[in-house]
Design a protein. Structure first.
Ligand code: GUN
Length: 171
């Protein structure tokens, strides 16, 4: 049996994944050639964007996806490995928790939509494992729409979630 560490290395190589600034590893596998002009987008978008993009995203037990937000809804699809615990904090501070996985009879969802402009963070629920998912957005992803706050900034805004924010931020 191959151990988890070598399996993770093999997946990273095979899918050509790179470290993501939020934590975990990713590879963009689709970017539509169609362009939405900036005047057709909300003022939160600083320019034109592709219609849609999609990535592979992998979390491993020794990392996590830190709280961040983007300007568009993000659709997560579960592919393989351990289920993912995903936390969402709305602008008004409402916290919700979801498990992305295949066990639909025990509250897991294979597909999850994270609403635009909500703070979200995620981790693999098992030790010594990984989670492989897909994340698709429309308008297409652009790092200009990506907001990765510091622990201090997010805690000042949502002091009621201090413990959660502390465990899901690294800067
Ligand atoms: N491309 C680069 N980073 C991301 C991300 O976090 N989400 C999506 N959907 N696409 C990306």
């Amino acid at each position: 049996m191959i151990n988890t560490e070598s399996k993770i290395k093999q997946i990273i190589e095979k899918l050509d994944l790179l470290p993501h600034p939020e934590g975990g590893y990713y590879k963009e596998i689709y970017r539509s050639s169609g362009i939405i002009q900036s005047q057709s987008l909300g003022s939160e978008f600083s320019g034109s964007r592709n219609f849609a993009t999609s990535i592979y995203f992998m979390l491993t037990s020794d990392t996590f996806s830190a709280f961040h937000k983007i300007n568009q809804d993000e659709i997560w699809h579960f592919y393989d490995g351990s289920p993912i615990e995903l936390h969402v904090i709305s602008v008004s501070g409402q916290h919700t928790q979801h498990i992305i996985g295949k066990d639909i009879f025990n509250g897991e969802v294979p597909q999850l939509v994270v609403p635009a402009n909500h703070w979200f963070a995620a981790k693999t629920i098992k030790d010594d494992d990984y989670s492989l998912v897909g994340c698709a957005v429309s308008p297409g992803f652009d790092f200009r729409d990506f907001n990765l706050p510091t622990r201090q900034k997010l805690t000042e805004r949502y002091p009621q979630h201090k413990a959660l924010i502390t465990s899901f931020t690294r800067i």
